[in-house]
Every structure is written in structure tokens, then in C-alpha cells.
Design a protein around this ligand. Structure first.
Ligand code: ATP
Ligand code: MG
Length: 420
């Protein structure tokens, strides 16, 4: 074979897309009950939006973006995440002029140039929410509840909610100095990335995958213990609302997220069974983002859920999603006349929203019956010269083997009765 799908991308074949659609349907139902509305933004944006909105010192901007120039010499980037685009759209369309808050959800592909491995791809899919225009801690708790509800509807277990507050620029700048002091004696024990981060963005040393299990990490000062009053109240509020819903969480001072614009709440939901890539969804508050990309002060909070990781968890936990891949009726035909008659019956049945099929490969009758089985037909019917002449055929229930005669004139009504 001469061509292959690009590294880090996946074909989703029908045996996969059934699960994807199931997840999407459940998510949409839950978004709707929480009163979130869908937003669809372009797959690519101006590169500068991501540089600004995600932050120059992040992994995404430093090394993971798919950036290209179009024929008009514009620098564009395939979106690596959803939040910056949603904020850009919110500002550009002046949605802030409407009654707030704005509660959006999105679903779709994201692109990052990463080393592909289980749960990490170059084209992957996220569903996510963004709530703009309020800094009420109740909303932080609401989106965690919403994300958890999606996973619970899929019957996933053993999920862990990890919660932190990364404060605001005020409390963070003091904390930053503390961190610098703390890490100074260990500088040569940090990985080379973190030695770099020490000057540029020391907070991010905390969630370094290489360093996080090193001994000196266990005594790192905790930012959530040193928050300013406002951030402390907010953090207490989030916890209170989570407690109200009986949602368990673990406080985790090392959870800082990769993105610079996060303020106050940061959270992650993990499933340890996924191995190295164990974060199913993560998010937090980004009250600084609107200022960064649009010069306006608009609070926001959101999460992004890795859809591949959700489905990997489904697989790992051996959950059988209740997917109905059956068809209602298969019409087996004998001869050209019968095929034509079947063709128009199928049309009538399909217009009545029934899921029906026939053979297009000139199979023998037994070959067609096998094909009906492969299609998981609930019912089957054989149409030949006799049936056309008498106007009566036999419908067979493929599960029970029960048979019933039906006037072909009445086939649509009969089938509707059967499958309702
Ligand atoms: P990580 O530390 O794993 O790189 P991240 O901080 O880059 O995660 P986010 O940007 O917060 O992740 O993305 C939110 C979610 O999207 C992740 O928790 C994960 O489920 C999913 N995700 C992120 N990157 C990928 C990827 N390359 N492939 C598949 N899923 C991904
Ligand atoms: Mg990443």
C-alpha cells in the first residue's frame, strides 16, 4: 500500500464511529440539560491568537502547533484546543453585550504535533464547555458535575477528581518567589526542561511528568495554602458547591495545567487505568484570557475532555455501550421482477423511517439470508414470483423464528407495528 494515514491520526471505521456517536449523543443530551449551547469555530485561526491566548511559554505554543502560511502569506494554525477560539468568537461577535453568563459547548478535532502513543495523537478530539461572563464558584462546580455526569452515564468507574487553585497574578507572584527559593538547591536535579522553566515559568515544574515523582517534590509549598483573600474565598466556594453535590475530590497542589491564562480553579479528572496519559478531562478558570486576547475583563471557566481517552476508558473497563446496530427488515429477492418490487417497497419503508436493506450483489437466496444476518436484521421477508402474484408474503422474526403472512400492500403498516 502506497499511502498511509499521517502519523498520529486515526481512521474511525464504522465499528468505532458507533461508539463515537454514542458518546456524542450522551454528551449533547447532558449539555442540553445543563442549558449549554453549541458553538462551532473554525478549524484554523490566526497563529497569533494561540500564541497570545495559550501562552508563549507553553508546550503547545513552543512545540506542538501545526502552523502554516496560506497563499496570502497569512500565518495560520490548526486549532490545538478550543478555549482561545471560543473567546475570540465571543469578543468578535460582541456576545458580552447580551445577558450573561454565556454557556457554550463544542466538540471536534484538535491538532498537536506530539509524540504519538496510546491516548496521545496528532489529530484528536475534544468535547468541552466554556462559561463566560461570571466568576461564580458555583459554575466551576457545575462544569465538573457536568463532565462527571457524561462519564457516569457511560458507566465509568474509578475516576478521580483532582482540584487546585492557581490563584491570581497577585498571589502567584509571591508564590513564584517561594518556588524559586524552594527549587534552588535542587536545580541540578531537575530535568532540562524544568531547568529552563525555573526562570521562565517555575509553576510548571510542579506538573512535570519527569520530575513529579522526585523526592523533593513532596515538600513543595502549596499555592492553595497561600492564596489572597479573594482567591481563598473562591476556592472555598468551589469546594462547598462540590460538597453540596457529593462530588469527591482530592486537593492536588501540583496541578497547574499547561496554560498560562488559568486563574483560580484548576482541575483534572483522571482514570489511572489509562497509564501515562490518564487525564480524561481537565480545565479551570481563565479570568485573564479575555484581557489577553481582547482587552476586556471577562471571567471564564471551562474544561476539555479527550474523547479518545473517554473511549479508551470505556474499552479498558470493558463496558458494552448499548449500541443498536440492527436493521428492521431485510428483503430477500428471487428474480429481477422481485428485485424491482423490493426496491420500491424499500423506498416506502424508508420514507416511513424504517431501517431496511436488500442485496445488491446478485447473491443466492441462502447468500442473501446470510447477508440479512450479517446486517442484524430483526425481520426478513422473501419476495419471488409467487409473492408478487398473490400479493402476500411471509415476514419472519429472525430472533424467534415466528412467521406471519402479510399483504404486501400493508407491508409498511405491518412493519411499523412490529418495530414501534
Ligand atoms: P497532557 O498533560 O496530557 O499533555 P494537556 O494539559 O496538554 O495534557 P489539555 O490541553 O488540558 O491537555 O487538553 C484537555 C484534554 O484533552 C486532556 O486531558 C486529554 O484528555 C486530551 N488531550 C490533550 N492532548 C491530547 C492528545 N495529543 N491526544 C489525545 N488527547 C489529548
Ligand atoms: Mg499536552
Amino acid at each position: 500500500m502506497k499511502y498511509q494515514a499521517p502519523r498520529g491520526t486515526n481512521d474511525m471505521l464504522p465499528q468505532d464511529t458507533a461508539n463515537w456517536q454514542y458518546l456524542e449523543d450522551i454528551a449533547k443530551e447532558i449539555f442540553s440539560t445543563y442549558n449549554y449551547q453549541e458553538i462551532r469555530t473554525p478549524i484554523f485561526e490566526q497563529t497569533a491568537l494561540f500564541q497570545r491566548g495559550i501562552g508563549e511559554a507553553t508546550d503547545i505554543v513552543e512545540k506542538e502547533m501545526y502552523t502554516f502560511e496560506d497563499k496570502g502569506d497569512r500565518s495560520l494554525t490548526l486549532r490545538p484546543e478550543g478555549t482561545a477560539s471560543v473567546m475570540r468568537s465571543f469578543l468578535e461577535n460582541k456576545i458580552y453585550g447580551q445577558a450573561q453568563p454565556t454557556k457554550y459547548y463544542y466538540m471536534g478535532p484538535m491538532f498537536r504535533y506530539e509524540r504519538p502513543q496510546s491516548g496521545r495523537y496528532r489529530q484528536f478530539h475534544q468535547l468541552g464547555v466554556e462559561v463566560l461572563g461570571t466568576d461564580d464558584p458555583a459554575v466551576d462546580a457545575e462544569i465538573i458535575a457536568l463532565g462527571m455526569q457524561i462519564l457516569e452515564r457511560l458507566e465509568l468507574d474509578d475516576l478521580e477528581v483532582r482540584l487546585n487553585s492557581v490563584g491570581c497574578p497577585d498571589c502567584r507572584s509571591q508564590y513564584r518567589d517561594k518556588l524559586l527559593d524552594y527549587f534552588k538547591p535542587y536545580l541540578d536535579q531537575l530535568c532540562s526542561d524544568c531547568q529552563d522553566r525555573y526562570e521562565r515559568n517555575p509553576l510548571r515544574i510542579l506538573d512535570c511528568k519527569e520530575d513529579r515523582d522526585k523526592e523533593f517534590m513532596s515538600d513543595v509549598p502549596k499555592l492553595y495554602e497561600e492564596l489572597c483573600n479573594e482567591c481563598e474565598d473562591h476556592f472555598a466556594g468551589v469546594q462547598e458547591y462540590l460538597d453540596l453535590l457529593d462530588i469527591d475530590y482530592i486537593l492536588d497542589a501540583t496541578l497547574v495545567r499547561g496554560l498560562d491564562y488559568y486563574t483560580k480553579t484548576a482541575f483534572e479528572v483522571i482514570y489511572k487505568g489509562l497509564g501515562a496519559q490518564d487525564t480524561v478531562f481537565g480545565g479551570g478558570r481563565y479570568d485573564g484570557l479575555a484581557q489577553e486576547v481582547g482587552g476586556r475583563d471577562i471571567p471564564g471557566v471551562g474544561f476539555a475532555m479527550g474523547m479518545e481517552r473517554v473511549l479508551l476508558t470505556v474499552e479498558e473497563q470493558e463496558i458494552d455501550l448499548a449500541i443498536d446496530d440492527s436493521i428492521d427488515l431485510f428483503i430477500t429477492t428471487i428474480g429481477e421482477e422481485a428485485k424491482k418490487a423490493a426496491f420500491s417497497y424499500l423506498y416506502q419503508l424508508r420514507q416511513a423511517n424504517l431501517k431496511v436493506e436488500m442485496d445488491y450483489l446478485g447473491r443466492s437466496v441462502s447468500g442473501q439470508m446470510k447477508h440479512a444476518d450479517r446486517n442484524n436484521a430483526e425481520y426478513s421477508i422473501i419476495l419471488g414470483g409467487n409473492e408478487l402474484e398473490s400479493g402476500v408474503a411471509t415476514i419472519k422474526n429472525m430472533k424467534t423464528g415466528d412467521q406471519e403472512e402479510v399483504a404486501l400492500d400493508n407491508l409498511v403498516n405491518k412493519m411499523k407495528e412490529y418495530v414501534k
